[in-house]
Write a protein that binds this ligand. Sequence first.
Ligand code: FAD
Length: 451
Amino acid sequence: MVQTSKNIAIIGSGLVGSLLAIYLKKKGHSVTVFDRRPDIRTIEFSGRSINLAMSNRGWRSLRKVGLEDEIKEIAIPLDKRAMHVNEKPVYFQKYGKEGEAIWSISRGILNRRMIDLAEEAGAQFRFNEKVWDVDLPEAKIFTGVSEKSEWKEYQYDLIFGCDGAFSRVRHKMQRRSRFDYSQDFIDVGYKELTIPPNEDGTHKLDKNSFHIWPRGKFMLIAMPNIDGSFTCTLFLPFEGDVSFEKITNKKEAKTFFKTYFPNVRKEIENLIEDFFKNPTSAMVTMKCYPWTYWNKVALVGDSAHAIVPFYGQGMNAGFEDIYELNELMEDHGDNWELIFDKYQKNRKPNADAIAELSYRNFMEMSHKTADPKFLLQKKIEKKFAEKYPDKWIPVYSRVTFSERPYAEALAIGDRQEEIMQRVMSMPEIESNWDSEAVENKILNLLPVDQI
Ligand code: FAD
């Protein structure tokens, strides 16, 4: 359905704000994007900043506006995990079926490209302009240098809050009655570290793998960049025996890396350097509802649903918000109230589901990877899924390599877990795990419609 052109403000020129600008321009709207930061295209960075995993949902959203191929040129496909377990050679675990991969992409490079593309599509950008307040019923925003300075006032037909986990637009909505809001920080923080390329510019580790050094309560991961480097992320508790608070100088950092990550020993100097240069950041799950205000204001991306990064889905979920908003725009034309209402009702259960799955993955990685019974369960599941790929699609694949709703992946995952709990209570499961009896038990427990 054709839409009447509207004058629209997007608050936030991050990944979600810039992709939304492209979608809205394609629909013929007038779009201005505000960001409190300077233009990321004018900021020097090595290209080795945070990188993200883009999977099916993200690609579908880019494909819809013809950008998939162009963005794939700045991404690297990863078809497997490379597990670095101490005292064992590196081993590889395929992510999915043949041809399935997640893609490593630099957040900074992607963001620059998306802003270029949004500008080419005709969106206006106003950088260094922080939004301090929003008049929701009038769709007005107020920007200025500081909270106390004089503010500029702008009025629009519609406002989209794409201003991230600590959204100012949401902050204003929070002051309304019956607005639900929660935020939960986890006790683990993260730090970005870099493994530089070889002298000839090649990658030091396998470049088509997502590298993981699991160490129980903490872990190191590494994803490749197109310049030959790897961005590593160290996830470590803030407090406790092995924690950020215990690493206060270079000597302690060296001992930490040598003890727990002996196979990245060659890189230690660089990791230590970065350790003290780069900040330690926190991770939060943020939930809220409603996400919209009548036909005037809507939250999209992290401003509506920030999640911990252990499923690599935050950006993917934000891009999927846009894809679904667009479908609703096509169905309902100028009925923005209906579009916004359906948008929040459809997306909220899915945002809650991916928040839950991401949190569970964090708990699994930090609390269960050392539990032999849990590891055995995973082994049985893996074997069964390999033998019966159409009867048992693992939750990871349902989230990462599918576009079915996140809520469905969570529900099916819960049913699979119930089956596995019954399998795990079979007598002498430890010695019989590989038996036909176990396989038959799963087959018998599977529902008729399969899962
Ligand atoms: P943001 O990227 O936070 O952008 C918000 C923008 O709004 C910023 O530019 C900010 O300057 C601007 N802004 C804020 N307040 C104001 C204001 N008052 N006025 C004007 N402008 C304002 N996701 C994945 O899909 N895959 C991954 O592998 C992945 N890995 C991650 C790893 C880590 C360690 C973390 C922390 C996150 C990861 N994510 C991942 C999540 C992903 O980074 C976010 O979901 C995504 O960046 C959210 O985009 P956004 O545009 O909604 O918000």
